[in-house]
Design a protein around this ligand. Structure first.
Ligand SMILES: [Zn+2]
Length: 253
């Protein structure tokens, strides 16, 4: 991505009502940093570059998320096909197609409310299903996957109704002598599980490093936030940066 569009995508992505793990997945995809089979095959890791689902295409990001017949069927079941088609006309790189879907307005109509969240959730789910195939687990029927994706996206959106409104300012670059650490913690009060993500960017707005992880027991949302900051700072230390600004959806330090 160009750095100017980079920031637009970043701002859009950070405001989406989706868990940190999905944001980080989308971020990696926008950077073309998903280890798909084509990439592994190019690195001479012993896998075929071919899609294991349809065996008619090379498994790159574009194919995995949009072009594979199974993915296309799921997008169609989710009633997103016309927007996908428009994005596919725009570019041939999977990362650019995803960026278009998240950031653009469409000539073929106005997408429904929650469309960017649905796009992000669908891409993440398609990726996760492929991971399962790699472990010889059965794949659901496209209709079952589409149903699961709709439910997940609706849950994500409902679980954080105010985040988009809370964060009135978009992402801003840190001063030239600092990096910015953005953290996000999703906390499920029923299971006491937390999902967290941390992303570091430099003063140009360029991606430096990111991580995400799960914790099976966290007392409350404040504990989850404290934990995410600690891990985020460890990540900052690993990058060798010493001056940092920390920002999350709920606080700024
Ligand atoms: Zn395929």
């Amino acid at each position: 991505m160009e750095s100017s569009t980079n920031n637009t995508a970043w701002k859009t992505l950070w405001k989406l009502r989706i868990p940190a793990k999905v944001k980080i997945f989308v971020w990696r995809t926008l950077h073309g940093a998903l280890p798909c089979r084509v990439v592994l095959a190019n690195r001479h890791i012993k896998v075929s570059g071919q899609c294991p689902l349809c065996a008619i295409g090379a498994e790159d990001i574009l194919h995995m998320l949009f072009k594979c017949p199974r993915a296309a069927e799921i997008w169609s079941l989710l009633e997103c096909q016309k927007f996908i088609s428009e994005a596919l006309e725009y570019d041939r790189a999977g990362s650019a197609v995803l960026e278009f879907l998240l950031c653009s307005s469409f000539r073929s109509g106005i997408p429904p409310d929650g469309f960017p969240e649905l796009v992000a959730t669908t891409c993440w789910y398609l990726w996760w299903e492929r991971h399962k195939i790699g472990h010889d687990e059965p794949v659901q029927l496209p209709a079952q996957s589409a149903f699961a994706i709709r439910s997940l996206a609706a849950n994500f959106t409902a679980a954080s109704p105010s985040k988009a409104h809370l964060k009135k300012q978009g992402w801003t670059k840190p001063p030239t002598d600092r990096v910015k650490l953005n953290v996000d913690a999703g906390f499920d009060a029923d299971s006491l599980r937390a999902t967290m993500g941390a992303i570091i960017r430099d003063h140009h707005g360029n991606f430096v490093s990111a991580t995400n992880w799960k914790i099976d027991f966290v007392a409350d949302v404040e504990a989850a936030e404290a934990h995410v900051v600690r891990i985020g700072l460890e990540l900052v230390a690993l990058t060798g940066c010493t001056r940092v600004i920390i920002e999350s959806d709920s606080f700024r330090m």
